[in-house]
Design a protein around this ligand. Sequence first.
Ligand SMILES: [Zn+2]
Ligand SMILES: [Zn+2]
Length: 288
Amino acid sequence: MTRLRCQSGGREVSLPGSLHDYHVHTYLCGHAIGSAEEYVLAAIAAGLDEIGFAEHVPLYWLPVRERDPEIAMPEERFEEYVRTVLDLRASYPEIRILIGVEADYIPGFEEALDSLLAPYPWDYVYGSVHYVDGWGFDNPAYAGSYSEWDVTELYARYFELVCAAARTGLFDIIGHLDVIKKWGHKPPVVPEKLYRSVAAELSRCNVVVEANTAGYRKPVGELYPSAPLLRCLLDAGIELSLGSDAHAPGEVGSGFERALAELRQAGCASLVRFERRNRTYVPLPKAR
Ligand SMILES: [Zn+2]
Ligand SMILES: [Zn+2]
């Protein structure tokens, strides 16, 4: 592979050293732009020392004819995705390039997911809940259906699915933990008891939780997880990783300074790093 010249669109964001972005997509999923190589170049320009890909897994729970190519890559391109990222690793030794995937958790399809993922050398596997009982709530096309729910009950059901995902043991990281708030729907009071029980269950399952900065760019305008949920996670001893959920190269590392400030404020002292599904830890970068 020949290297592209570094073209970051003039964006030179210098983030503190020893910092990763473990959640970037590519054009392959059908609703993001940019090649994997463009994301690597953006990460180098942003001063990150690791970039990890977490492309949406093919829609393994649906019959092939029902799979929307604007939601996830077709299964026949899955191997190409992994190969492309691994080839980039050889071409850009100046940055650690990790191969991950963002897998939807769909109850009842655990074995299908396990066999889809089995052939590849993942550094980590994200488990994300994008569907509540078949409803793709985070898709703008279906966001109108929030009105059919009592929001407190919706949160309870959503987090029940998150905990079920963690219990499968298939996932290293839970993605955008409270993405159910994406469009700004929140229970009238902070569901402290629910958050405590979710944190206890995730801790028991020994999963990492992602601090995901995409929430800053959505109507809710907050980090995933929110401050009260983050406090519960840290109290339960849960470890965190960091991701931008970039769907364009220009979003790599987006919101990281703000997220780091929030994490420091909440008392988080370190971030998890992955390699072949094993964890090490780096101190949270100090404020400058
Ligand atoms: Zn996406
Ligand atoms: Zn997601």
